[in-house]
Design a protein around this ligand. Structure first.
Ligand code: F6P
Length: 363
């Protein structure tokens, strides 16, 4: 059978285990020899026990678990060619020429570079007598399929990244809990939610929790945001509301690009309205805990599609990323999606918010 390996890279997210499980079982079902690569690219570089053959039962009882059972890491060594050479050696000597990478845009870019270099890496290994001519010939093509695991929903090309739905559930549950105590004391709560360069979690939770206001990076707050915010809170209180929830995305900014922090928002509310105000930073709670039904199913579907893409690949098939389009699992050119995702970041750095939002939308 064909050698296929799966690894998770970058920040973890709920639903990654469902994806790993699906890759392993679909791979075995289709007759592949399937491997786990532990600790992301680091395990690929280090080899040894980090690359282990998986069987049907090694992915039993993991679908309900958050995180990734095979570990994830940031790997500086893989950024250098020397590291990638070691990784290529570890794969070829195990007969692995199909890779499923579950991670963010950085991890997918790394996989693409690795594939582009594959031929020259193998040449170098052969020249150094690390592999045989037979191995050089037999394993000359590397195939890549990616899936995006991230709670941020920050990748262009897919409607939902694996983990976003679970993070939304976690945030909403926390805010519902806050609402009950806020109500008792007539308080205003500033909730900081994750989403580095993407306001998706903040916007969705604001809509789901009847929040008064939200701050994100794609729609920077106007110069007079403090006045607008206070007027809105005052108006709601006047009409009988006993509490206010304000959602601040961790990457929120104003029109000048200055960060809008929970602390800053709290000070504005306290100084202008003298309200009893508290901050809750949800932090990594959002990224932990058991995956939602949606993320379990998403991981399963994406994993199966990724394996099918690899099995159908021909020598010149470009790396793909498995995405959700409406309710369809689709394969998109990996680098095109990465380029668009990077273009969003660039548009935001250039303060061209309209372009950023437009690029982020579906094509
Ligand atoms: O990209 C996922 C994410 O959770 C972001 O929302 C957050 O900014 C970041 O990762 C936190 O990274 P770390 O876990 O390295 O602190």
């Amino acid at each position: 059978g064909k050698g296929l390996a799966v690894f998770t890279s970058g920040g973890d997210s709920q639903g990654m285990n469902a994806a790993v499980r699906s890759v392993v079982r679909m791979g075995i079902y289709l007759g592949c020899k399937v491997y786990f690569i532990r600790e992301g690219y680091q395990g690929m570089v280090d080899g040894g026990d980090n690359i282990e053959e998986a069987n049907w039962s090694s992915v039993s009882s993991i679908i309900h678990k958050g995180g990734t059972i095979i570990g994830s890491a940031r790997c500086m060594e893989f950024i250098k060619r020397e590291g990638r050479l070691k990784a290529a050696y570890n794969l070829v000597t195990r007969g692995i020429t199909n890779l499923v990478v579950i991670g963010g845009d950085g991890s997918l870019t790394g996989a693409n570079l690795f594939r582009e270099e594959w031929s020259s890496l193998l040449d170098e290994l052969l020249a150094n007598n690390k592999i045989t001519k037979d191995q050089r010939e037999k394993y000359k093509y590397l195939h890549i399929a990616g899936m995006v695991g991230s709670i941020d929903n920050d990748f262009c090309g897919t409607d939902m990244t694996i983990g976003t739905d679970s993070a939304l559930h976690r945030i909403i549950e926390a805010i519902d809990a806050i609402v009950s105590t806020a109500y008792s004391h007539q308080r205003t709560f500033i909730m900081e939610v994750m989403g580095r360069h993407c306001g998706f979690l903040a916007v969705y939770t604001a809509l789901c929790t009847d929040a008064t206001y939200s701050f994100i990076c794609e729609d920077p707050a106007p110069n007079n945001w403090d006045k607008k915010l206070c007027a809105k809170i005052a108006e709601e209180r006047k009409s009988g509301q006993r509490l206010n929830i304000i959602i601040v995305a961790e990457g929120a900014i104003d029109r000048e690009g200055k960060p809008i922090t929970a602390e800053l928002v709290k000070n504005v509310v306290v100084e202008n309205l003298q309200q009893d105000t508290r901050i809750t930073v949800l932090g990594h709670v959002q990224r932990g805990g058991s995956p939602s039904a949606f993320d379990r199913i998403l991981g399963c579907r994406m994993g199966a599609e990724a394996v099918m893409a690899l099995m159908e690949a021909t020598p010149d098939t470009e790396p793909c990323v498995v995405s959700l389009d409406g309710n369809q699992a689709v394969r998109l050119p990996l680098m095109e999606c990465v380029r668009r995702t990077k273009a969003v970041a660039q548009a935001m750095a250039d303060k061209n918010w309209d372009l950023a939002v437009q690029l982020r939308g579906r094509s």
